[in-house]
Design a protein around this ligand. Structure first.
Ligand SMILES: Nc1nc2c(c(=O)[nH]1)N[C@H]1C(S)=C(S)[C@@H](COP(=O)(O)O)O[C@H]1N2
Ligand SMILES: [Mo]
Length: 402
């Protein structure tokens, strides 16, 4: 299943710049930016409360956080967080009575449905996780895979509150025999006249994910919004975004993976030139990755002198041991300092390194190492769908000092 293809914003910018130069106004970048903003798509209604300036609207179901909007704080504010919907979001009326939302739990000794009100009595925990679309970084693939050309902003670090799924399983007598996968089903209304399995958002992850999974009803200290899966979401810490099922209506412990197309053929690491198939690896656990959020080239040339190179780093299911920064495109590396609070293995860490930059152009890169010693790769793993891009070279930025 691919994101719908939309005109990248850089084309709008290029278009406006060309229009301005035709009018003899080339170089009047304030005007070019205003014109590009006017041409940008508006936020869709279900996400109308978000901050437009912080987001790139690829389509009504794909909103990306601007790299410059990540700033230097650890938590991504909800109103700046990316959105990705494979189906139209459900009607906002599902939030009218949150406590009445019910989720069916199958593949346990005593299967039954539980309301959100009942779930709240079974326990509560808070966990910070990186929520990242597996297509984040697809925009850097030279092969131009179909799908949204996300750069770095199909990701954020957010705080969830909800009940540990293992508490729910314990309350229902434990896992039934033969449970190999944890399968979550989204509660969207399916379009009519098509095979339900071709559109259903249903994903399976290995059952070991039960150790950390949460049924979450709050994000960043607020009741979960519709855009992010309210009233209830399956959160699988350390796993790619698609496995974190919004408006979750069923959780099943199954012996086989879901037959839904989004599981069997979508989100597979298919070799270039091949066809997606269920025997290829699915996008599950995230790998070690980092990127620089400043300085960025979009504000024009920097003045010679000291800058704070800063960014974020995460290890998927593991914490971060360290981050190195290069200001010469990866020829030499310096250890950056991990800054800010450590919110646990599933959150990202902020890093910073003060460096002096002299006049010229400089390629800034970052390279993270997780607590198991895995080092962020230089190259992306080529694949049909443009998934799992963690290449430090692809995520480098080039800045000019003058
Ligand atoms: N029910 C449901 N859950 C879903 C999706 C969806 O379309 N429907 N999209 C998935 C994908 S591909 C991603 S990247 C994340 C996006 O989460 P967000 O929109 O809260 O940022 O949700 C995942 N969970
Ligand atoms: Mo995604």
């Amino acid at each position: 299943m691919k994101d719908s293809m939309t005109l990248p914003r850089r084309h709008l910018l290029a278009g406006s710049a060309a229009a301005l130069s035709a009018l003899g106004l080339a170089g009047w970048t304030g005007g070019a930016r205003a014109q590009a903003a006017a041409a940008a798509k508006p936020l869709p209604a279900y996400a109308g409360w978000k901050t437009p300036d912080a987001l790139i609207v690829h389509s009504s179901s794909t909103l990306e956080t601007r790299r410059s909007a990540f700033g230097t704080s650890v938590i991504t504010p909800s109103n700046q967080l990316y959105v990705r919907n494979n189906l139209p979001a459900p009607d906002a009326a599902i939030l009218d009575n949150r406590d009445a939302w019910s989720v069916a739990i199958d593949g346990v000794k005593n299967p039954r449905s539980l309301t959100l009100a009942e779930l709240r009595t079974l326990g509560v925990e808070t966990v910070a996780t990186v929520l990242q679309c597996s297509g984040n970084g697809r925009g850097f693939f030279p092969s131009k895979p179909s799908g949204t050309p996300w750069q770095v902003g199909a990701a954020g670090c957010v705080v969830w509150s909800g009940v540990p799924l293992r508490n729910v399983v314990a309350a229902l007598g434990g896992l039934a025999d033969g449970a190999a996968y944890l399968t979550g089903t989204g509660g969207e209304k399916l379009p009519e006249g098509v095979d339900p399995l071709s559109v259903l958002v249903e994903r399976s992850v290995p059952v070991k994910a039960l150790d950390d999974a949460l049924l979450a009803w709050e994000m960043n200290g607020e009741p979960l919004s519709l855009a992010h899966g309210g009233p209830l979401r399956l959160v699988v810490p350390g796993y790619q975004g698609v496995n974190n099922i919004k408006y979750v209506k069923r959780v099943a412990f199954t012996s086989a993976q879901s037959q839904a197309r989004i599981m069997s053929h979508g989100y597979r690491m298919s070799p270039p030139g091949s066809k997606a198939s269920p025997d290829q690896p699915s996008v599950w656990e995230m790998g070690v990755k980092s990127w620089i959020n400043g300085p960025l080239p979009d504000k024009g040339a920097l003045k010679p002198g000291q800058v704070q190179v800063h960014g974020v780093a995460f290890g998927g299911t593991r914490g971060i041991k360290g981050v190195e920064v290069s200001v010469d495109g990866g020829k030499t590396w310096l250890a950056a300092k991990l800054i800010g609070p450590d919110l646990g293995p599933f959150a990202w860490r902020q890093f910073a390194l003060p460096v002096r930059l002299e006049a010229g152009s400089h390629v800034l890169a970052s390279r993270a190492t997780d607590t198991a010693g895995n080092v962020q790769a230089e190259q992306r793993e080529e694949n049909l769908g443009g998934y799992n891009n963690a290449s430090w070279r692809d995520h480098a930025v080039s800045v000019t000092v003058a």
